[in-house]
Design a protein around this ligand. Structure first.
Ligand SMILES: Cc1cc2nc3c(=O)[nH]c(=O)nc-3n(C[C@H](O)[C@H](O)[C@H](O)COP(=O)(O)O)c2cc1C
Ligand code: SF4
Length: 516
């Protein structure tokens, strides 16, 4: 009988040698006459253990990691093929590892478990049930399910998804579109990529359901060009879905049509902003459009368009399959369901943690992350990407919840968390935020285009000021500039760049030479 061994094909695993490990396993198995079936799965999200090799045994999967190609022979000697434990890299039953066992994986339930490109495997693990239910409902009933689930956009703005879908549903038009925002430009963010590489059929299913709900018959996934593996996985999965009748003129024999294609971005952060993204999709430079009109009414090619993040759309099949109340049963307040949190930066155990809203940063940093990778005290944590605030230790006990974070001038954004130890110079990081905005600004409005460059200059003057009086003057100027950017910018690029700057200034004044 053939032993099934899993080696991830996720880009994070490939980056640390997963292909070489897979090749070494095949070579070693052939040399020893051991029949092995190698499966390339998604990542389980324990990135410090990649490449994580798993062996299927009668008692479930057994994990080894991090495995290098040169470990493979010794692992076979130690009984890898039987899932035996006489090796330092043996971790035990995968599902019992505390990092995984304590999560509440709804969106990531299949990621790392199934073969991402096998529709049969997808179906065998519950995939397709949401689409089957959606096909039995009227469009307005699907929209109602999404509304009742409390799902809010996971791309950053946390807008209620059901309301967006209802607007598109109600808009009369011959052609409507579903656009998936897979630009994932935030620092420390990788959950979209993991879904596209590890469970692409879930995203396709979510987009087809969005089409059925709103009357849209065409969809595009706008993926950043830096994600070649995600693009390849999606394209392969779309071809399979089309063959299986999940896409095309007659979805599942329903007479309803939906077509889907992948479009590649060209490496611009602002092209993740939904209207710049639409410009880019239409073949133009990614410049932000003024709103109104909302994309839901006049979006792609001027037609009603749903623009949703990957994680938002990926949550939909489960909501349909298990019911709105099931999903809404997770979370707290107006933050319903789960958030796939991405822990990155200077952290001992980084990776993907899916939990209901309400967990605290302190729990994430220490219970999950194990503290900083450097072993030094953690000083600052940026939550929600490059436009997110630096959260100081005094706020680490706040529950992760959209409203709780908004209450302290912070954001959850896309759930990316970047950790810095006590060597971080917060004045330099504040300067970097302004510099990033100056580089990425689309240039349409003055507070952002000019303000960000002036911001870099003011921070330089503040850092180089000779005395307290000069520093005070530059601080006042910086705060004034930030207020102008917040109030006067056309989109959140210029409107939120002050968040990291002001949080650094407010919570770490010493780093600017200012007294607390
Ligand atoms: C500068 C900027 C960059 C953004 N980048 C992304 C991104 O990479 N991915 C994303 O889903 N949303 C991004 N957004 C948010 C989108 O404009 C939009 O709110 C989102 O795609 C809507 O989907 P959702 O409701 O599912 O979150 C960005 C916004 C701004 C202002
Ligand atoms: S805030 Fe910046 S990115 Fe947004 S529209 Fe204005 S110039 Fe463009």
């Amino acid at each position: 009988m053939s032993v099934v061994i899993y080696v991830p094909r996720d880009a994070a695993a490939l980056a640390v040698g997963a292909d070489a490990v897979a090749a070494a396993i095949e070579r070693e198995a052939a040399a020893r006459g051991v029949a092995v079936t190698l499966k390339r799965n998604g990542s389980r999200g324990m990135l410090w253990l990649e490449p994580l090799v798993e062996v299927e045994t009668a008692a479930g999967r057994v994990a080894y990691g991090p495995v290098r190609a040169e470990d493979v022979a010794a692992l076979f000697d130690a009984g890898l093929a039987a899932g035996a434990g006489a090796h330092a890299l043996h971790l035990g039953p995968t599902d019992a590892l505390p990092w995984l066992a304590r999560q509440q994986r709804l969106t990531f339930a299949r990621v790392g478990i199934t073969d991402p490109l096998s529709l049969d495997d997808y179906r065998a693990h519950g995939g397709g049930a949401g689409l089957a239910r959606a096909l039995a409902l009227a469009p307005a009933e699907i929209v109602q399910q999404v509304l009742d689930s409390g799902l809010r956009g996971r791309g950053g703005a946390a807008f209620p998804t059901g309301i967006k879908w209802r607007t598109v549903h109600d808009a009369p038009a011959a052609q409507k579109y579903i656009v998936c925002n897979a630009d994932e430009g935030d620092s420390g963010s990788f959950s979209d990529r993991m879904v596209m590489e590890g469970d692409p059929f879930m995203l396709i299913e979510g987009m087809v359901i969005a089409g059925l709900a709103t009357g849209a018959t065409r969809g595009y996934v706008y993926v950043r060009s830096e994600y070649p593996h995600a693009i390849a996985a999606l394209e392969a999965a779309i071809a399979t879905a089309r063959e299986a009748g999940w896409l095309g003129p007659d979805i599942g024999g329903s007479g309803r049509a939906f077509e889907l294609a992948v479009r590649k971005g060209a490496g611009s952060y602002v092209c993740g902003e939904e209207t710049a993204l639409l410009e880019s999709l239409e073949g133009r430079r990614g410049i932000v459009r003024a709103k109104p009109p909302l994309p839901a009414l006049e979006g792609l090619f001027g037609e009603p368009t749903v623009v949703n993040n990957v994680i938002t759309l990926a949550a939909v099949p489960l909501i349909l399959a298990r019911g709105a109340a099931f999903y809404a049963g997770y979370g707290q307040g107006r933050s319903r369901g789960t958030l796939p949190i991405q822990l990155a930066g200077n952290i001992r155990r980084g990776g993907l943690i899916e939990l209901a809203f309400g967990v605290t940063l302190r729990e994430l940093l220490f219970d999950w992350g194990g503290g900083s990778a450097s072993g030094r005290p953690i000083k600052a944590v940026q939550v929600g990407g490059p436009l997110g605030a630096y959260v100081p230790e005094s706020q680490w006990d706040l529950p992760l919840d959209y409203e709780a974070y908004a209450g302290v001038g912070a954001v959850l954004g896309h759930g990316g968390i970047v950790v810095h130890d006590d060597r971080a110079d917060m004045a330099r990081l504040a300067r970097y935020a302004m510099e990033f905005c100056a580089l990425e600004s689309c240039g349409k409005c003055t507070p952002c285009r000019i303000g960000s460059t002036r911001g870099v200059e003011v921070i330089d003057r503040l850092r180089g000021a000779a005395d307290a009086g000069a520093r005070g003057k530059q601080e006042a100027l910086l705060r004034d500039l930030c207020a102008t950017m917040v109030d006067g910018s056309l989109c959140a690029m210029g409107g939120m760049t002050p968040f990291p700057v002001l949080s650094a200034l407010d919570h770490y004044p010493n780093d600017f030479g200012l007294s607390a």
